[in-house]
Design a protein around this ligand. Structure first.
Ligand code: FES
Ligand code: FES
Length: 158
């Protein structure tokens, strides 16, 4: 199977993609985008979260063919203008990154939330990240980081 799609803003082409491949396999094994993590592999942990047409999906459960003709954004594609995304900056500043394994997925899920709700309250952030498991942080600093980034983005007008 040949796939042509938009990957982090650039046209991407992949030939001879096995029909059984997931989007996660396509991103990691064909494009070397290792920021998207392979955790449970069965849709339970959210470590593999990416945006497909701007909506967060578990890439381990998404067939690779669904990317064809569509926009895929991974953690590598979030920064713009030579600086990290406000969510990336806020996660570091708030101490929301410990081992970091869950962080790319958390940030992709949070970016989907902020695209639809620029000023989420604590509960709304927690709800949006309910599918993203973290064994290190206890979530408090993660929620704080997302709300901090939201305020920053409103200030920046981004
Ligand atoms: S690796 Fe996809 S949800 Fe866990
Ligand atoms: S920071 Fe380690 S799993 Fe979340």
């Amino acid at each position: 199977m040949e796939l042509v799609f938009w990957l982090n803003g650039s046209e991407a082409r992949a030939e001879e993609v096995p029909g059984h491949w997931s989007l996660l396999e396509l991103l990691r094994d064909r494009f070397g985008l290792l920021g998207t993590k392979q955790g449970c592999g069965v849709g339970e942990c959210g470590a593999c979260s990416v945006l497909l047409e701007g909506q967060v999906v578990n890439s381990c459960l998404t067939p690779a063919w669904r990317a064809h003709g569509r926009r895929v954004t991974t953690i590598e594609g979030l920064a713009a203008g030579g600086r990290p995304h406000p969510l990336q900056e806020a996660f570091v500043a708030a101490g929301a990154v410990q081992c970091g394994f869950c962080t790319p997925g958390m940030i992709m899920a949070a970016s989907d939330l902020l695209a639809h709700n620029p000023d989420p309250d604590q509960e709304q952030v927690a709800g949006a990240l309910a599918g993203n498991l973290c064994r290190c942080t206890g979530y408090h600093d993660v929620v704080r980081a997302v709300r901090k980034a939201a305020r920053q983005m409103v200030e920046d007008g981004s």
